[in-house]
Ligand binder design. Structure first.
Ligand code: ATR
Length: 274
C-alpha cells in the first residue's frame, strides 16, 4: 500500500512542500503520496487524529500549529525539545515521534548550498521568537566562535541565550548594543519582513566575505537584505534552500533515504515545478 504523508497548516494552499516531496519520492523511487491539509484553527488535534486513523504515516506541520504539534506528541527528539516546536511527526502504529528539522535545514543550506563555514564563525541571529529558537541548537552544534541573539525586546534574547548557555558560546543582545561588532553570518529570524519592515540595526555589522540570510523566501530583496547589501555583506540569501533542506531531513526521518536537494532547489529557484 502506498504510504500517505501531508503538510498541515492554516493557510496551506501556498505550500510548496507537496511539490518538493513528490520530487524527492520520484528521485528516490519511494512509494508515497504527499498532500496538503487545511486544519481549522481550533481543530489541529482532531485533524491529526483523523489522518492517523486513516493510516497516515507522517505529517509536516507549519504555521500556526508548530507549538500545538509539540504539545500533541510527548515523544520528542532532542532537537524538537530544544526548539520548543515541532514541524515533523512520524506515525508508527500507536507511536508518534515528534521532530524538528528546521534547524538542520538551515545549517545544511548555509554549509552545503551557500558554502558558509560555521565552525569558529561569528554568527548573529536576529529575533527571539519560535523561528529563532528552532535553529539555535544546530547552530551551536557547528561550534561557532560566538552566537549572538539580538532582539528588539532584549529580555527575550537574553532568556533564550540563558536557555542554551550550556550548549555553547551564546549571548543575548539589543540591536543597539551590536554597534562595533562584526559577524561572518547574519540570520534574520524576525518576522519583520512579513510586514515589509526590517530590524533597526546599527551599521558596520558585516565582516568581509560575510553572508546575510533571510529565513523567509518568496519576498524578493527584503528590507533586511537591502540593508545588508548597503552595509557590505558579501553574499545575500533567502530561505528557499532552508525550505528544501528541512523537507529533505523530514523525508530522511520518515523513509531513511536522503534525497539530492540540489536539482530540486535549482528548479524551484528557476520558478519551475521541481
Ligand atoms: P516566529 O515564530 O516567526 O519567530 P514570533 O514568535 O511572533 O514569530 O516572533 C517574532 C520575532 O520577530 C520576535 O523576535 C519579534 O521581536 P519582539 O520580540 O521584540 O516582538 C521580531 N519582530 C517582529 N517584527 C519586527 C520588527 N519590525 N523589527 C524587529 N523585530 C521584529
Amino acid at each position: 500500500m502506498t504510504d500517505r504523508y501531508a503538510v498541515v497548516g492554516n493557510p496551506i494552499a501556498h505550500s510548496k512542500s507537496p511539490l518538493i516531496h513528490a520530487a524527492f519520492a520520484r528521485q528516490t523511487g519511494q512509494d508515497l503520496t504527499y498532500d496538503r491539509i487545511l486544519a481549522p484553527l481550533d481543530g489541529f488535534r482532531a485533524t491529526i487524529d483523523e489522518f492517523r486513523a486513516a493510516g497516515g504515516r507522517g505529517l509536516n506541520v507549519t504555521l500556526p500549529f508548530k507549538l500545538e504539534a509539540f504539545d500533541y506528541a510527548p515523544e520528542r527528539t532532542e532537537r524538537a525539545q530544544a526548539a520548543g516546536a515541532v514541524n515533523t511527526l512520524a506515525f508508527d502504529g500507536t507511536r508518534c515521534l515528534a521532530d524538528n528539522t528546521d534547524g538542520e535545514g538551515l545549517t545544511r543550506d548555509l554549509e552545503k548550498n551557500l558554502g558558509a563555514v560555521l565552525g569558529d564563525a561569528r554568527i548573529l541571529l536576529l529575533g527571539a521568537g519560535g523561528a529563532a529558537q528552532g535553529v539555535i541548537l544546530p547552530l551551536l552544534a557547528r561550534k561557532p566562535q560566538a552566537l549572538v541573539i539580538a532582539n528588539r525586546t532584549v529580555t527575550k534574547a537574553e532568556q533564550l541565550a540563558a536557555q542554551f548557555a550550556a550548549q555553547g558560546p551564546v549571548r543575548g543582545s539589543s540591536f543597539v548594543a551590536l554597534a562595533g561588532s562584526m559577524f561572518d553570518v547574519v540570520i534574520n529570524a524576525t518576522s519583520a519582513s512579513v510586514e515589509g519592515a526590517a530590524p533597526d540595526l546599527p551599521r558596520g555589522l558585516y565582516a568581509p566575505g560575510s553572508l546575510a540570510y533571510e529565513m523567509m523566501y518568496g519576498k524578493g530583496e527584503t528590507g533586511f537584505l537591502a540593508q545588508a547589501r548597503a552595509d557590505g555583506a558579501g553574499a545575500l540569501a533567502d530561505g528557499l534552500g532552508m525550505l528544501v533542506e528541512q523537507a529533505a531531513e523530514a523525508f530522511f526521518v520518515w523513509r531513511g533515504v536522503r534525497p539530492d536537494t540540489a536539482p530540486v532547489l535549482a528548479r524551484l529557484r528557476a520558478g519551475e515545478t521541481p
